[in-house]
Ligand binder design. Structure first.
Ligand SMILES: Nc1nc2c(ncn2[C@@H]2O[C@H](COP(=O)(O)OP(=O)(O)OP(=O)(O)O)[C@@H](O)[C@H]2O)c(=O)[nH]1
Length: 204
């Protein structure tokens, strides 16, 4: 296939316990909306958004995985090929915080060590928090992860924070260690060539 016929795509998996806000986070980023209703994800779901890398369009493909353990067998098949991971827990759910190690291990078991960020969602509910700031920061430090406090509801830190940073991490890691992050797909409209699309990154 000619280089002109290729496009770049980054696959990101969003994982964490049920009801921590994974689907909401992806919807906020890709569609700019928030809904109060809780609709449990069955298996996996998928949305995408275009970002700009070195003036080249890149497709950020966000895989929304079910938080319920009953779907583990299905969801882990979808971790394969992921180039980045967003680990999410909720301010009001201690179990979701304690489960982060196990989620990280599940993803690592399928795809190894990929750029990952840790997100504490629902910080609009801080008055109901069941997790101390120091605990969350200690977890991020121990796992060596960049840590974000976010509120999908209030639209805090989702766009500029979580997803744009995740994309940058993938880009930077790619340019520093030569790891392959490019998925090739037929794209007949494309004519421009780039030798190193991840040399530096800028996001829309
Ligand atoms: N207050 C508040 N509620 C939120 C926030 N983000 C999500 N929610 C609510 O939390 C509930 C669960 O959100 P989902 O996005 O469905 O959670 P999920 O992690 O995808 O859940 P599963 O599909 O079961 O894995 C919904 O009622 C959302 O409206 C937030 O930042 N603040």
């Amino acid at each position: 296939m000619l280089e002109e016929d290729m496009e770049v795509a980054i696959k990101v998996v969003v994982v964490g316990n049920g009801a921590v806000g994974k689907s909401s986070m992806i919807q906020r980023y890709c569609k700019g909306i928030f809904t109060k209703d809780y609709k449990k994800t069955i298996g996996v779901d998928f949305l995408e958004r275009q970002i700009l890398v070195n003036d080249e369009d890149v497709r950020l493909m966000l895989w929304d995985t079910a938080g319920q353990e009953e779907f583990d067998a299905i969801t882990k098949a979808y971790y394969r090929g992921a180039q980045a991971c967003v680990l999410v827990f909720s301010t009001t759910d201690r179990d979701s915080f304690q489960a982060i190690d196990s989620w990280k291990e599940k993803v690592e078991a399928e795809v190894g060590d990929i750029p990952t960020v840790l997100v504490q969602n629902k910080i609009d509910l801080l008055e109901e928090t069941v997790i101390k700031n120091e605990e969350a920061e200690a977890l991020a430090k121990r796992l060596k992860l960049r840590f974000y406090r976010a509120s999908v509801k209030e639209d805090l830190n989702v766009n500029e924070g979580v997803f744009n940073t995740t994309s940058s991490n993938v880009c930077n890691q790619s340019s520093s260690n030569g790891r392959e992050v490019i998925t090739l797909r037929p794209n007949k409209q494309r004519t421009k060539k780039t030798k190193n699309p991840f040399g530096s990154c800028s996001l829309l």
